[in-house]
Design a binder for this molecule. Structure first.
Ligand SMILES: Nc1nc2c(ncn2[C@@H]2O[C@H](COP(=O)(O)OP(=O)(O)OP(=O)(O)O)[C@@H](O)[C@H]2O)c(=O)[nH]1
Ligand SMILES: [Mg+2]
Length: 162
């Protein structure tokens, strides 16, 4: 694979694990968040970097709350690929399914990361059925031993597709 750079944007519903994913890939990642009674929530973006096969990977995390649609639009500009973070301990929600359909319609390469697989309520099989034909990875966003191989496999698949 030749050197170069890739902009990958992380999408998904509120609380799906987007910020945690970026932090596990890049411990030096930066995060603009607000503190709430339910924990931190992203109000602007996350930013982290990784190097995979001499490719400079720029990871941009979006806010999951629906009112930040304008932020997602700004961060999306010029993206090469998307990661859709899915909390597979709950049923796939309308927002997540809508995001997935949008990427497919726009021809944007997408990886579906089924997150929170460590929870006893996790049901990856149900989530898999909702994202037929997708590139699917089962992860625990806290665990670089799961997130890094998943991101690497996705980047390798992009190099094959492009
Ligand atoms: N058990 C478990 N908890 C997780 C996992 N990934 C994230 N979490 C927890 O889920 C909560 C939300 O994680 P975030 O990474 O902030 O989620 P987010 O998608 O960035 O949320 P917003 O920015 O508000 O949309 C936090 O309490 C995390 O610690 C996981 O794989 N397993
Ligand atoms: Mg976040």
């Amino acid at each position: 694979m030749a050197g170069g750079k890739l902009k990958i944007v992380i999408f998904g519903a509120y609380n799906a694990g987007k910020s945690t994913f970026i932090q596990s890939i890049d411990p030096n990642a930066r995060h603009v968040e607000a503190h709430t009674s339910n924990g931190d929530t992203t109000v602007a973006l996350d930013y982290g970097r990784a190097e995979i096969h001499a490719l400079d990977i720029h990871l941009f995390g979006t806010p999951g709350q629906e009112r930040f649609e304008f932020v997602r639009q700004i961060i999306s500009r010029g993206m090469d690929a998307a990661v859709l973070m899915v909390d597979c301990s709950v049923q796939p929600d309308e927002f997540t399914l809508h995001l997935y359909e949008t990427f497919i319609m726009q021809g944007i390469p997408v990886a579906v990361m089924l997150n929170k697989c460590d929870l006893s309520s996790a049901c990856p099989a149900t989530a898999c059925a909702a994202f037929r034909n997708a590139k699917i990875f089962e992860i625990c966003a806290h665990d670089p031993g799961r997130t890094m191989p998943a991101l690497t496999a996705f980047v390798e698949s992009l190099a094959t597709d492009l």
